[in-house]
Design a protein around this ligand. Sequence first.
Ligand code: ATP
Ligand code: MG
Ligand code: MG
Ligand code: MG
Length: 491
Amino acid sequence: PDRTAARIRNTFLNFFRDRGHLLVPSAPVRPRGDPSLLFVNAGMNQFKPILLGTVDPRSPMASYRRVANSQKCVRAGGKHNDLDDVGRDVYHHTFFEMMGSWSFGDYFKEEACQMAWSLLTEHYGLPVDRLYVSYFGGDAAFGLPPDDETRQIWLEIGVQANRILPFGLKENFWEMGDSGPCGPCTEIHYDHVGGRDGAALVNNDTPDLVEIWNLVFMQYNRELDGSLRPLPQCSVDTGMGLERLVRILQNKTSNYDTDLFTPLLDHIHQVSCVDIYGGRKGSSDQEKVDMAYRVVADHIRTLSVCIADGIHPGMSGAELVLRRILRRALRFCVEVLQAPQGSLAGLVPTVTHILGDVYPELHSEKDRIMDVINENEAQFLSSLQQGSRLIHRTLNRMENKHGLFPASVAWSLHRDLGFPLDLVDLVLEERGVRVDREELDRLISENHKVVSESQSGPQSQLSLDILSLSELQRLGVPHTNDSLKYQYSLD
Ligand code: ATP
Ligand code: MG
Ligand code: MG
Ligand code: MG
């Protein structure tokens, strides 16, 4: 069978459309009217008003009963933050596609489980002896009964009893916030190895046995006093990670080996001066290079999608997170992959080639995405050069070579050059020097209010009692990739 990602995505959407679901577009990843979110991180975000009962009766959403889509999701900040896993494992991305299906007051647990099982085993052809399901096992302390109903449904569908596993609140009870709709969930996990009893590996953070689909059953409302009241209308909210499913169907050991990523890895190889991805398995240098490939491939997708949807690298909130992602990608490009300036933006056409037919804004915004990345790259590189000159100049001037590095200089680096404070620490550490943390904290809190109000970036109008930008520019030390490598360790 044709097992391209495009086909796999369409199979999901067609399956639910054929069962009465309205197909709706992905919401932009920039959340609308929800200050509690940095990025859209799940398919249900755009439907939150329906679940809360606050939907405008004139909105088309008011009539939604059965809906499905493929939602662009970013998990790089806030409650869901997978940034630290990205590159290290092979199944968490900062940007991923969540294929979702919903019932708003229409069908409930039984039909939801039946459809999910039928799609996975009959349409995608997954072997049942590779699948496990989890359900909510109850929590006496919180007065929550086990979801035996769901267990029974799985048994009737034909899942073996030893593959139906109870878990607690953390894994299998979903809550939107401190109050509001909530309920138990049931999740489907896939064993990539097989021929073993994998029950103990479910929810155990291993690449060999991975969660693929979450089905949430909204049946309670968490009241303000903390009590649970049954909802008059029960809803279903499901989400399955496309990259993980594609990995299974393309029989790969990593999401990055699927057609959602391989064109990107090939492109990165063309611009880098180091080994191919996965070249010399087992060597520690190769592992570092492989991680760089994964980080850059992941981050360029996130950058493209975010910039297309109007989130630009900046100085606060989601924009600050995006700036960190951009700079992290750039450092891997320069320091590990030894790719020339402009390489990161050069990957954007490959991203649009892979994803642009599904998310057309990637096509229409392509040039703007590349411009934003290139401008930020130029800015970052010059900040790094200026910053490292200033640090070394200051170190040379210090009388006590092992004393405290002046907080005013660290603060100036950060404020005027956007030089990350953690990088200052790293550079100093290599010279056996520490920054005057107490004074730095004082400067940070003193300026915090002004900075957050002005939102005008690192060049905001603050009085300089320390070295000015023009003085920074006069400090001339030639810079090479090697000096960068020496000064900024990556993680
Ligand atoms: P995990 O436990 O693997 O971190 P999760 O429980 O946080 O996943 P959910 O919030 O239940 O994930 O989201 C539904 C589905 O979205 C998951 O079952 C998974 O297939 C997919 N998914 C979640 N986070 C990521 C990610 N960072 N990258 C790729 N896919 C993801
Ligand atoms: Mg997670
Ligand atoms: Mg999970
Ligand atoms: Mg989950």
